[in-house]
Design a protein around this ligand. Structure first.
Ligand code: ARG
Length: 507
């Protein structure tokens, strides 16, 4: 009961005044907490089961607590339970729902041996886990789209660039699998982050643990964590797992921006190598002829959002002393935003890849016009004449210099023959034609990881295998979480049906 001149807050015992409006505006986090309501309720149920199993609360109390937590979940799902900002956060809202339904005593009992400090870290880690799984699924779809489009394009030549200048011919499959190869590492990084996110802070209480005989391993297992995050002050005082996850998303976004940039550039009239599907382009309000690569540009632009979120979390963490500090409440907006941005961009880029048209003729013509096979001509002289590579580089360099001056290309085979003869390198026209042909050039690239069709097919096999393993790993992680939730629900139903805790396997 709150008396006259007392604070109405659940923590209001030592306070004689209400929180000022502006202080509440700054304090309340109900907007950012919305995504964690499900986790807060599940976490509270697991905590209550653990308390009862350890005989810290009675089984009748447990039944009442679980009943009202189930009602809270239903009410949240049907929209009749809304987070009240004056209650500050999700934890206070769920506890208040319980107090209003089951009486303040029940609400009070549930909070034994825990604090909002370990609670918020637990809820956050639980939601972060689920979102990493979503991102890994979206990543897998993009990887699959890249591999599917690579299929059949192992001998389709296009210019490969360094310094955005024509360098050597590559295949369309090589270009696409290059992105799939990078994305596999993004997936591995997220899987690695997941293993650190997936340890349970619940039971660390405010910072120092508790004098109650709790069983932290039981609550961790009911919540699907792979184990307990042991050190209590570290549990409540760190958000390294948030920074790590956003860093991984930022690196992932840098890879998406590379794809996006290529779509923007290569769909221009000047390059003309790609035609982005109309569904992923937009028009101009003034210039009727325009078709703009807006989805690719926005993906490129969103990278800034995620990098900004990384800077935000790292800056927030800098210089915080041990233990929980309220600054840590600022961890959720950047994390959720980084997840939303990355997932949206992954899905958009996957659809753009699936639907893009490759202008193969234009790619092929472009490769032939700009000396992209010059390196291969130098390699030929090394192989055939036993000359040092540097000497051949010099000869072909001056050959290209002369051709450029004369407005010719390597396709002017007779002129190439003449200039090479001036350097005492006799070659037949057939030899020259074969060496400078981009497709035969491609076919000769046989070393591990090369652009030749064989090494590319080998890589496609490995990348598909890797993708299959990632999908299995993600499905396993999802099953593990669903299994843990089902186990918690089984216990909840058993208790609500009047069964004793001793009558059910707690897992
Ligand atoms: N809303 C808070 C957060 O997100 C929960 C923990 C608050 N703890 C406290 N002692 N005020 O971090």
């Amino acid at each position: 009961m709150q008396g006259e001149g007392k604070s109405s807050k659940l923590w209001g015992g030592r306070f004689s005044a209400e929180m000022a409006d502006v202080a509440l505006d700054l304090s309340e986090s109900t907007g950012a907490d919305g995504p964690m309501v499900f986790e807060d309720i599940w976490g509270s149920q697991a905590h209550a089961i653990m308390l009862a199993k350890c005989e810290i609360i009675g089984e009748d109390d447990l039944r009442e607590i679980l009943r009202w937590l189930e009602k809270a979940k239903e009410a949240w799902n049907d929209g009749s339970f809304e987070l009240r900002r004056e209650l500050e956060d999700v934890h206070m809202n769920v506890e208040t729902y319980l107090r209003e339904g089951a009486g303040s005593e029940m609400g009070g009992r549930l909070h034994t041996a825990r604090s909002r400090n370990d609670q918020v870290a637990t809820d956050g880690k639980m939601h972060c886990r689920a979102r990493i799984i979503d991102i890994r699924e979206a990543l897998a779809d993009l990887r699959a789209a890249l591999l599917a489009r690579a299929e059949g394009h192992e001998e389709a030549v296009m210019p490969g660039y360094t310094h955005t200048q024509h360098a050597q011919p590559i295949s369309v499959a090589f270009w696409l699998t290059g992105h799939a190869s990078g994305l596999a590492r993004d997936d591995a990084r997220l899987a690695d982050a997941y293993s650190r996110v997936n340890t349970c802070p619940l039971g660390a209480a405010a910072l120092a643990g508790t004098s109650f005989p709790t069983d932290r391993e039981l609550s961790a297992s009911l919540l699907g964590f792979q184990g307990v995050q042991e050190h209590s002050i570290d549990c409540v005082g760190t958000r390294d797992w948030v920074a790590e996850t956003i860093a991984d998303l930022a690196i992932l976004m840098s890879g998406l921006s590379k794809i996006a940039e290529e779509f923007v550039l290569w769909s221009t009239w000047e390059y003309g190598m790609l035609e982005i599907d109309d569904a992923y382009s937009s028009g101009s309000s003034i210039m009727p002829q325009k078709k703009n690569p807006c989805i690719a540009e926005l993906t490129r632009g969103k990278v800034g959002v995620v990098y900004g979120r990384l800077t935000q979390i790292l800056t927030m963490l800098k210089g915080l002393p041990s233990g929980y500090n309220r600054d840590l409440q600022e961890d959720k907006p950047p994390l959720w935003d980084a997840f939303n941005c990355a997932e949206l961009c992954l899905r958009a880029v996957a659809e753009m890849i699936k639907t893009v048209t490759f202008r193969l003729d234009r790619m092929r013509a472009s490769v032939g016009q700009n000396f992209a096979t010059a390196t291969e001509l130098a390699n030929y002289l090394v192989r055939d004449r036993g000359l040092p590579f540097r000497t051949c580089h010099e000869i072909i360099g001056s050959l290209v210099g002369v051709l450029v001056q004369e407005g010719k290309t390597l396709d002017d085979h007779a002129r190439v023959q003449e200039i090479l003869a001036e350097h005492e390198q006799e070659m037949t026209l057939e030899e020259i034609a074969d060496i400078v042909d981009p497709v035969s050039c491609l076919n000769r690239q046989v070393s591990i990881g090369s652009t030749g069709p064989e090494p590319v097919r080998t890589m496609m096999g490995r990348l598909s295998e890797g993708l299959k393993n990632s999908r299995a790993d993600v499905a396993g992680a999802r099953d593990q979480l669903e299994g843990a939730y089902a186990q918690t629900m089984k216990i909840v139903e058993h208790v609500l049906a009047g069964g004793p805790l001793s009558g059910i396997d707690l897992g």
